[in-house]
Design a protein around this ligand. Sequence first.
Ligand SMILES: Cc1ncc(COP(=O)(O)O)c(C=O)c1O
Length: 392
Amino acid sequence: MSAPSFLLTPDELRHRDSSKWQKYPADVLPLWVADMDYAVSPFITAALQDRLTRGLGYFQLQDEPQMAALLRARLAGQGVTDLPDGGVRSLPGVVPGLYAAVLGLTAPGDDVISMTPIYPPFMSAVRDHGRNLRAAPLAQTTAGWTIDWGALEAAVTPQTRLFMLCHPHNPTGRVWTRAELERLADFVLRHDLLVVTDELHADLTYPVDGVQVPHTAFVSVNAALRERTVTLTGPCKAYNTAGLGIGAAVSHATPLLDRMGRATAGVLGHASALSMTMWEAALEGGRPWLDAVLAQLLQNRDLLTARLAAELPWVGYHAPEATYLAWLDFRAHPRHADIHAFLLSEARVALNDGPTFAPDAQGFVRLNFATSPAILNDAIDRIVAACRLPDA
Ligand SMILES: Cc1ncc(COP(=O)(O)O)c(C=O)c1O
């Protein structure tokens, strides 16, 4: 079988505009920021080139009919049905949506709950604006990362207004089950919390026992969530287009979206014409490329799983159910106190450092396996060699 056409070589990847490949010296393999080492879908690049033949003036931002229909159909496939007019608002990215939710749905001094470890902007969005983060640590069990329901209850205070969910979850790769989502729904209803749920990784789930299961949006599991939930979505993780920022805030409760809009009026900026074209093309014709990429990611995930089990069995790891991110527990290594710096200097592999995802995550690193099998194998070889214990 020939290699997929989207695979790129290190020479192609280390171009001058790439943050991922420029941050570290040339002998370092960069498996950190969540970009994929894959060429963008030709369907998308063709649409972008075509878009450049038309003017780049102000464009239809919210309700261009074809884009609106494609996005609503995509959301309906995830269980987000019956959206009202005005229930989909474009954003210049998903992180701006996290910040807009904190600003619009809470007041200074309010408490906000998030389950940690977590993608860092969940924490900075809360802290940057004088709200208090109430972290509910996930539980690490032999079966994988699970919700610590006791910790979640303990995180609630009389000042708690907002629950921030990441589904699928970055960095653990958990796809919350329907039973977990239903119990989370009971939790937010019982405590009268608003919800912002970041579902940016929804298109990056892996088959379960060989069957591809559609993503279940949090808001879809209980009708009572509709009046209190904002879902954030976007194309950049699945289609590898983070350089063209865009996203959407979606809700049945348009007053929540109005509050987010008012709180950020004039400062958020709008998505760009090219990013809108990119997203429309992804929704219209990106699926074959995404399916091929998902097959590659699954192969890489299983390669990583097998090699960790065989060669680094003391590294704590649970294969992600979604995302191309692996959350690795190196706390059994003698250099756990500076494991990120150790792997950078000794293995020449750049990962993301655990404490950026939770203060108690020293000894963990996040590895991005969305690369070629050759680069992934090289990175694992280097980590194995660097971690060989003296008496091994
Ligand atoms: C959960 C999650 N949300 C948001 C983002 C970034 O979104 P954007 O680039 O659209 O702001 C990422 C990027 O990795 C992510 O993992």
